[in-house]
Design a protein around this ligand. Sequence first.
Ligand code: GDP
Ligand code: ZN
Length: 370
Amino acid sequence: MSLISGSPEPGRLAAFGWSPAVASAFEPFRADDLELARVAVAFGATFRVIAHDGEMLADLTGRLRHQAAGRRDLPAVGDWIALKRSTSEGGRGSIQAVLPRQSVFSRKVAGETTTEQIVAANVDVAFLMMSLDHDFNPRRIERYLAMTWQSGARPVILLNKADVAEALDDKVQEIAGSATGVPVHVISARDGRGMEALSPYLTAGQTIAVLGSSGVGKSTLINWLLGEDRLRTQEVRASDSRGRHTTTHRELVPLAGGAVLVDTPGMRELQLWSADSGVEEAFDDIAALAAGCFFANCGHATEPRCAVKAAVADGRLSPERLENYHKLGREQDMLAARQDGLAEQLAKKKLRAQFRAIRKQSQSRPKDRP
Ligand code: GDP
Ligand code: ZN
């Protein structure tokens, strides 16, 4: 095999979510001095990245920084990137481009203007966790579901604390009813019951995240998933450029089954950003009922001959569910208004410009491939 650019073999990346699909996504960026890597931690403008043969620190190129219209355009944990290695030994790499994201979890950052900060990119499966004790709240799961649909990740609902649950069957029924087509698993992260159902999601190439309110058992589940590797994975001993041992922190954590977990503080406190299509999917029963409303643009509030309100009246739809639907809709409208201005700016400065620049740069260089 001839030694061509990029990293033809996944190497270390195999434990960090690499898949043939990721390799294909890198193809348009392939150049003699660029290789595929993944962001494991973002500290402001410095990043710890994983490459096929190890880890290193990397900086943004000035171009990437200047062309970014907002934080959304900058690399985040979970991003696949085109990395250029420093030629000096032990030098830092530079991030030349961010590959298109398959999914994005983001949060709004409060301030004069709303800005969007990426919490994690390229999550494949989101475990939405809720406990079966007194914190049980189906409305909350609907919010997490809407957010997950919007992100592009696949939701899987985990009902935890099965060991202390009362009226378990009723609760499972209730959740299954409000989450059509979404897998629901009953587990106990404490005693391990039901956990075998998770293994199909934990295979190589899968990037996993755990979402849920405080106290539902996220840390307990994560510790269980890490198993014996726990101490080794989260704080890794690495050698710095002078051969000294240093302790480094990562927010991408390889799991025993081959998957990789995104574990960042921000992932635990996600708010809704925009869930336009997400709300419709999480409330597909309401969308189906709405087809029977007399007015095509019925808001299911004060309009006459509303099929949704009729369903509430005869018990087919719970009033709480309709109320939650309205509440989510109002939050979205407020956000959408603030986002309008932002969206326009973002459209002007697209990452494409960078990609073009990189291409041009690599074309103008003499070909050194056979
Ligand atoms: P987090 O805030 O979501 O990370 O929740 P933790 O993992 O810290 O768990 C909160 C509390 O719930 C702790 O006291 C755990 O021991 C307890 N807990 C977690 N999972 C279970 C479970 O399956 N059953 C029971 N009974 N308690 C659990
Ligand atoms: Zn209606």
